[in-house]
Design a protein around this ligand. Structure first.
Ligand SMILES: Nc1ncnc2c1ncn2[C@@H]1O[C@H](COP(=O)(O)OP(=O)(O)OP(=O)(O)O)[C@@H](O)[C@H]1O
Length: 274
């Protein structure tokens, strides 16, 4: 029996006026697969996430989640959005933010809720999984960017979504936590059969885990296994100029392709769990 892809794009194209972000994009992500989306600033990585969330229309082509056209608010899709600091005074503790991934809200008389014990136990388990137990009761706005990002990961994993869209979840994490969060998301793919699309500028923390790489650049793309895509030949072809992939032990550096720096967006990133 052929399995239905968790995510599927066919001949997908997004144009903004004269500018084509990508065109003719075919991509299937199967349940349990971990796909990294790489590419320079402005190559259309976040736009791809927005397409899959039904927030951005394709110019042509199709985008499906679990065999159905994308739409708003699929309960089967978890999102770890790009980092945005939570405003000062946000009246939530760390554990409340994680609980929102389960019950959608932390307001109201939860002490009357018969499910409370189960919800609290699940939140404790999720906090533990992302290493956030020690700050579970702190107000979220007093936490560092990295600490807040770990809570967003816990929130996105709360319902064991079939699809996990991660938009630069490693930003503002230190190397140890980059590895931890990537391992956690990979475990979600392998143990819970989640399809993961993971946008990142940090290639090295994800390389040990990824099944496929989608590399976007200059209106074009290439897709394949890391060994197929992360090579001097493949990236030189994609960028249309000399690119060197240098391997030092387990690590790679891409020279001449992507500056791998991040810039602030002039548009909204995907919202938290729909
Ligand atoms: N709604 C829109 N209308 C016009 N242009 C847009 C719109 N959304 C995004 N863009 C432009 O499309 C390009 C791709 O944006 P996108 O955010 O997808 O890139 P990215 O690969 O995620 O970049 P980064 O690495 O900086 O996060 C950018 O130049 C952006 O300004």
């Amino acid at each position: 029996m052929t399995q239905t892809p968790a995510l599927s794009l066919r001949d997908a194209c997004v144009d903004f006026g004269e500018r084509t972000l990508w065109n003719g994009l075919d991509l299937d992500v199967m349940p349990g697969e971990f796909v990294a989306v790489l590419g320079p600033n402005g190559s259309g990585k976040t736009t791809l996430m927005r397409v899959l969330l039904g927030m951005q229309k394709l110019t042509h082509g199709t985008a499906e989640v679990a065999g159905k056209p994308v739409g708003h608010g699929s309960r089967n899709v978890g999102v770890i959005p790009q980092q945005r600091p939570l405003p000062e005074g946000t009246p939530l503790r760390a554990r409340d933010l994680v609980a929102q991934g389960l019950d959608g809200t932390s307001w109201g008389p939860r002490f009357l809720d018969p499910r409370r014990k189960r919800i609290d136990a699940r939140v404790d388990e999720l906090l533990d999984r992302v290493g956030a137990t020690s700050y579970a009761d702190r107000p979220v706005w007093t936490l560092s960017g990295g600490e807040q990002q770990r809570l967003r990961a816990a929130q996105a994993l709360a319902t064991d979504p079939a699809v996990l869209l991660c938009d630069e979840p490693l930003l503002s994490l230190d190397v140890a936590h980059q590895e931890e969060v990537t391992a956690l998301i990979s475990a979600q793919a392998k143990q819970h059969n989640a399809a993961v699309l993971f946008v990142t500028h940090e290639i090295n923390p994800v390389l040990p885990y990824v099944d496929k790489v989608l590399y976007l650049a200059g209106g074009r793309f290439t897709v394949g296994t890391p060994d197929e895509v992360i090579t001097s030949e493949s990236l030189t072809r994609l960028f249309g100029r000399p690119v060197d992939v240098v391997r030092v032990g387990q690590r790679v550096a891409i020279l001449g392709g992507d500056d791998h720096t991040h810039h602030e967006h002039d548009h909204e990133a995907p919202e938290d769990n729909a």
